[in-house]
Write a protein that binds this ligand. Structure first.
Ligand SMILES: [Zn+2]
Length: 570
């Protein structure tokens, strides 16, 4: 871990209310300090932007369906190839880059932390093996709980404490960081060729509704005191008229309290959930309706899921959605059922700018970013690779910062985007401080990492991104191409005080930590739940219980977050 002084940069550090001040940042032994000492290495960052390292809150970068996507799409590999260098391995893939390349690409953009958004418990071992092969960034994985038989049964029985104890066990067994819900109830219904099309649509044989699953797990999340909120991919993703379900979803956790400095529900890739219309001919944006609710709500935060108008690969644990999508496109498709847990699928999608639907989807993502007033409540993502690859972040930044750029794009794409969304009437342009919030500070705060990540205050990890953008000589509204270029490759990416990227080239390869939460529960409750687990593993699972949990030693560089959940069942 290095010692370093970053001199004279123009610093944007929203968590510490530093907005474009010229100052030095000192790092010693990997941590930000007051004074790194005279012997520390110095780099001059005059006329450059200095921000905390980027934090990715929702990306599909590792695991079974990511790998299935790679196998499904050889054509994606040839579109983008990275040759081997003295330091780095070779890699390929435009929308689904190979593991090593994923780390290199994030690092070049200035990201130092990244979360993989959906880990199937049964194949968690594979997810961690892939995560271990992603260099350069700190990581974590969200454990899928949407169609989990234990969870649905405990919630049906109204036994919230047992549900909390089981969830703690599951996070521990899978070395997961976050409770993830994908189309709650719908993925289990899919096993019967069905879906849950409203919040009150019961899951076959379990007789529990999506609303009960969401509310139950938000309660569990707060009982356990987990750092992040429940991370929800809401029901009816990608469906016409789905904004009504989304609006209802925001209300589900009403009244549940948290003692954390964050919202209690994270609704992910909201772009896919802000659709109006009842046929694809009258498909329209309902971003305004969603933004209105988010502006008013104390419950929820969203990330955008911006469509980047690319040929990409969609992948989600939402199996019924992938089936529906391929029935529209007739492109190749894989789906699978994971026993007792969930049902992921993968299919390519071409967001052709000349077609009305993708053009409107592009507008919706940006509208959400611009209509939600508080940038801390609307984080920038592409749901990589679902709405586009994360490598397009610089372009989204430029769209957010320049009305002119949005107008130029609107002229080139299908005219439906202008007619069936409100994008052309929005004047707002982000400033650099807001960009720092929606790409790192907001993510760190939402993840409960704001002590160590997403800022440059004393005691934070020495993770820094330096961009070659001279704020005094640039007007982002006009010079949007410079903005996109400036954010495309860092002047420096610094991780724990060490320079990993210099002038867009990787100069050092490191492996980050994998964060997971250890919320052990003791006593009688634990015994009872373990008995249930043992019994049902013998009856239903095709694996032995002893082979299911992943030992901590299995991970390359595990970082345990100890959670005191002893009050559960006490
Ligand atoms: Zn996702």
């Amino acid at each position: 871990m290095g010692s370093l002084i970053i001199k004279n940069g123009t610093v944007y550090d929203p968590i510490n209310s530093i907005n474009g001040e010229r100052m030095d940042i000192h790092i010693k032994d990997g941590i930000i300090v007051e004074n790194a000492g005279r012997r520390a290495k110095k780099i001059d960052c005059s006329n450059k932007i200095v921000m905390p390292g980027g934090v990715e809150i929702h990306s599909h970068m590792a695991g079974g369906k990511v790998n299935a996507g790679r196998l499904l799409r050889p054509e994606d590999h040839v579109k983008f190839v990275m040759p081997k260098t003295r330091l780095t391995r070779s890699g390929s893939g435009f929308s689904i880059p190979s593991t090593f390349m994923t780390g290199y690409l994030y690092s070049k953009l200035g990201y130092t932390t990244g979360m993989t958004a959906a880990m199937v418990p049964l194949t968690a071992r594979h997810t961690h093996e892939e995560l271990d092969d992603i260099p350069m960034i700190d990581k974590g994985a969200y454990t899928l709980t949407d169609g989990n038989w234990f969870i649905m049964r405990y919630l049906k029985d109204g036994d919230i404490e047992k549900c909390a104890a089981f969830t703690a066990w599951l996070l521990n067994a899978t070395k997961g960081l976050v409770i993830k819900l994908t189309n709650p109830g719908g993925t289990e219904a899919w096993g019967w060729g069905k879906n849950c099309r409203s919040l009150d649509d019961p899951v076959p044989y379990f007789d529990i509704t999506p609303k009960e699953i969401i509310r139950g797990l938000v309660e569990v999340n707060e009982i356990l005191g987990l750092p992040h909120s429940v991370h929800l991919h809401a029901n009816n993703l990608g469906r016409l008229g789905n904004y009504e379900t989304t609006v209802d979803t925001f209300r589900v956790p009403n009244g549940i309290k948290t003692d954390k400095d964050r919202q209690i529900l994270h609704v992910t890739h909201a772009q896919f959930h802000a659709y109006g219309g009842d046929t694809w001919k009258n498909f329209e944006s309902k971003a305004e309706d969603i933004a209105k609710v988010v502006n008013k709500s104390d419950n929820a935060i969203i990330d955008t899921g911006n469509v980047t108008l690319d040929n990409t690969t969609t992948m989600t644990a939402d199996g019924p959605m992938e089936y529906y999508l391929q029935s529209l496109t007739h492109l190749k498709w894989v789906n699978r059922d994971v026993e007792l847990e969930t049902a992921p699928g993968v299919t390519p999608f071409v967001y052709s700018p000349k077609m009305p639907t993708p053009a409107i989807q592009w507008a919706i993502g940006l509208e959400l970013g611009l209509l939600v007033k508080d940038p801390w409540k609307v984080l920038m993502t592409t749901d990589h690779p679902n709405a586009g690859p994360f490598t397009r972040y610089p372009r989204i930044i430029a769209w957010l910062m320049s009305r002119h750029y949005r107008e130029e794009t609107l002229e080139k794409i299908n005219e439906a985007a202008g007619r069936r969304s409100g994008i052309s009437s929005i004047d707002r342009e982000y400033d650099f401080n807001e960009i720092a919030i929606v790409t790192r500070a907001g993510q760190a705060k939402a993840l409960g990492f704001a002590e160590k990540k997403g800022h440059l205050g004393i005691g934070a990890d020495g993770d820094v991104a330096v961009y070659d953008i001279d704020t005094k000589n640039i007007d982002p509204g006009r010079d949007f191409r410079e903005i996109e270029k400036g954010f495309s490759a860092t002047a420096y990416t610094i991780k724990e005080g060490e320079i990993l990227v210099k002038d867009g080239e990787i100069v050092k390869v490191v492996f980050g930590r994998t964060y997971w939460v250890n919320s052990q529960i003791d006593g009688k409750l634990k015994e009872e739940v373990l008995k249930d687990i043992e019994y049902d593993f013998k009856r239903y699972y095709s694996v032995n219980l002893a082979n299911y949990p992943i030992p901590e030693e299995y991970l390359k560089r595990p970082e345990e977050l100890k959670i005191d959940a002893t009050r559960v069942g006490a």
